[in-house]
Design a protein around this ligand. Structure first.
Ligand SMILES: NC(=O)c1ccc[n+]([C@@H]2O[C@H](COP(=O)([O-])OP(=O)(O)OC[C@H]3O[C@@H](n4cnc5c(N)ncnc54)[C@H](OP(=O)(O)O)[C@@H]3O)[C@@H](O)[C@H]2O)c1
Length: 309
């Protein structure tokens, strides 16, 4: 069954804070801010959720360029938004703009969910819990993870790493293209409690990838490699061997190249669509104060992404 919001209920229109239409009386108003934002599947999933909850709500894609938050936040407030999701490149900066920070935001040092309460910006991060729920759904015993290689120490990699430092895992190895970024995270995790389990940091090269993967049960792919068709695989095919489990935080229509080749090699592998679903469902719970209608949101999201349920 096709959802109404796929048949014209949700357009692909992209707004700026200044081109948003006047707020409709009695409608809750949300959106997702980022750059680029045209591809975002969040409106489909969030509108499905609000409709199932019986709440009249709007949810817009709002393009805000990097560095543009300072001017944009007052405009979003004036446009009557009750909250918004933040995606690349705004999560770190939104943390700094949040007047009230939830424990999840403080742990992640990043904000992907804003709730406006009496004109004040309350920031939370649902990324780590969304990742954790997605992992447990596909691999029930996978959180806390066993021996883990985290490839990519950008925003999402740091958020997952800080979460792992709080819940623990058997071992955690960090590898990032820019080794200084990985070293910085390593230092921070050591302070956060990463010394409760063996924590390693390695430079990104073939011998280190081979070594780290040979000693890992789980690979978390948290670089942006795989978003574009022309991107190389982040890991050489021959290093992907069962029983390694591969979680690619990237999602796109169809499977990512990493997930495809990992499965061809006999590894269990999943992409980040489940993480997107669960972080979005947690955002809706923050805004609505009600349990999210997960199966409705999943059906809408997976249908929009061209996936089977
Ligand atoms: N599934 C979900 O719900 C969800 C949520 C958030 C993000 N994501 C995905 O996660 C990806 C990363 O997001 P982010 O917020 O962490 O972005 P980010 O802060 O810009 O970090 C990008 C990461 O990718 C690495 N990278 C970029 N180009 C590379 C290349 N050519 N070779 C090797 N490494 C490269 C960067 O390494 P350097 O430090 O060396 O630049 C950095 O580790 C996004 O593309 C997004 O699709 C998914």
């Amino acid at each position: 069954m096709a959802f109404r919001w796929l048949n014209g209920g949700v357009t692909n229109e992209v707004y700026t804070p200044l081109t948003l239409p006047p707020k409709k009386k009695g409608m809750a108003r949300y959106g997702v801010i980022g750059s680029p934002i045209a591809h975002s599947l969040s409106p489909v999933m969030q509108l499905a959720g609000w409709e199932k909850l019986g709440v009249q709500a709007e949810y817009f894609r709002i393009e805000i360029p990097a560095g543009g938050l300072e001017g944009a936040v007052p405009q979003l407030l004036r446009a009557g938004l009750d909250g918004w999701n933040c995606t690349l490149p705004h999560k770190g900066e939104m943390f700094r703009f949040s007047e009230v920070r939830s424990p999840s935001a403080l742990q992640a040092q990043s904000v992907n969910t804003v709730q406006v309460i009496q004109g004040k910006i309350h920031g939370s991060s649902t990324d780590a819990e969304g990742w954790s729920r997605a992992m447990r759904e596909i691999w029930p015993d996978s959180v806390p993870p066993k021996r883990t290689l985290l490839l990519g120490c950008g925003g999402v990699g740091q958020t997952i790493a800080r979460f792992l430092a709080s819940i623990g895992c058997t071992t955690l190895t960090l590898i990032n293209r820019d080794s200084q970024r990985a070293e910085k995270l390593y230092g921070e995790l050591t302070q956060l409690g990463g010394n409760r389990f063996p924590l390693h940091v390695l430079d990104w090269n073939m011998p280190n990838l081979r070594l780290a993967l040979s000693e890992s049960d789980l690979l978390i792919q948290a670089t942006s490699l795989g978003l574009k068709d022309e991107d190389p695989l982040p890991i050489p095919i021959e290093l992907l061997n069962p029983p390694l489990q591969v979680y690619d935080t990237i999602y796109r229509k169809g499977e990512t190249s990493l997930v495809r080749v990992a499965r061809q090699r006999g590894c269990q592998a999943e992409d980040g669509l489940g993480m997107l679903l669960h972080q979005g469902a947690l955002s809706l719970e923050i805004w609505s104060g009600q349990p999210a209608p997960l199966s409705t949101m999943r059906q809408a999201l997976y249908q929009a992404a061209g996936r089977d349920l």
